[in-house]
Design a protein around this ligand. Structure first.
Ligand code: ZN
Length: 289
């Protein structure tokens, strides 16, 4: 703020002096406007982008991670921990390795609680005790089996943000549980990017775009989401994928399309690509007004 004031005083002095040309004044003015915005993403990139994958499918290890690393990217992987521990235990060493390489291994609950998969309100989510168990069990398992992470983030199964009933009381109850164990939670809603103000106001409803080919989406829709302009210097977009390169699976993106999107992101030079956890940490650390 002091810098901005100093610049304003300096600018007034410059304007009162008759020795500067109009062109030089406009140069000073544009620099002064830039100085007013103190926040910026690393490497001067105008937009942050997190690329996320849900459930913990094995093709995330064999296809998504190699594709990301081709471009030096790191992703966020939200594991439904009972699925991994009971059916894909052989993947655990590779998830640990991914965490060591800087990918985020986040939580997607232990049991993937989701009413829409159960024809209505899931009785398992009817009480705060049940969702507390699903959240706590997942976080405990991840800390014990993958990596100790006090900054771990969370992704709502099916994007459902409520305990029991879909209303503000149900949502507050879910967020109260998450607040004890996670620094932020990824929701849905591609209508707008996230900004520092929106994240600080509600870190447990991060907006994101979910790729869903079952509704006819193509990668052009992903590009359209990426191309939507952001305002200011603190915009943050989040992509959601599930299976990668496995036909007839969960919201699958083909391997070729996945690689095409990553190439599109890389070649645009617009994005600081980082896991959700890293973006949140950066946002809070870089705390200028
Ligand atoms: Zn899921």
């Amino acid at each position: 703020m002091l810098n901005v004031l100093n610049n304003t005083v300096r600018l007034k002095k410059l304007i009162s002096s008759s020795t500067f040309t109009l062109g030089f004044l406009s140069f000073i003015l544009s620099n002064s406007v830039e100085a007013a915005s103190c926040f910026g993403w690393p490497s001067g990139r105008p937009i942050a982008l997190s690329i996320t994958y849900d459930d913990g499918y094995p093709d995330n290890l064999t296809a998504a991670i190699p594709d990301l690393e081709t471009y030096g990217f790191r992703g966020s992987f939200y594991l439904a921990t009972n699925y991994v521990s009971q059916y894909r235990a052989s993947d655990i060493p590779q998830w640990k390795q991914a965490a060591l390489k800087g990918h985020e291994i986040g939580s997607h609950t232990s049991t993937h609680e989701c009413s829409s998969l159960n024809g209505g309100v899931n009785p398992n989510l009817a009480t705060q005790a049940a969702v507390t168990a699903a959240v706590t069990n997942a976080n405990t398992w991840l800390n014990a089996n993958i990596n100790e992470d006090r900054g771990r983030t969370f992704a709502y199964p099916c994007g459902e943000t409520w305990v029991g009933q879909n209303n503000s009381t149900g949502e507050a109850a879910y967020i109260n549980v998450l607040r004890q164990q996670h620094i932020a939670a990824r929701w849905l809603d591609p209508s707008a990017p996230n900004y520092r103000a929106s994240v600080k106001a509600q870190p447990y409803k991060l907006r994101a775009y979910a790729y869903d080919p079952t509704t006819g989406q193509t990668i052009q829709d992903i590009k359209n989401y990426l191309d939507q302009p952001t305002v200011g210097t603190d915009g943050w977009k989040i992509l959601i994928f599930h299976n990668v390169g496995t036909p007839n699976s969960v919201f699958p993106i083909t391997r070729a399309d996945h690689q095409e999107i990553l190439r599109y992101i890389y070649s645009s030079n617009k994005y600081w690509v980082a896991p959700v956890r890293d973006v949140i940490h950066y946002m809070y650390r870089y705390d200028c007004q």
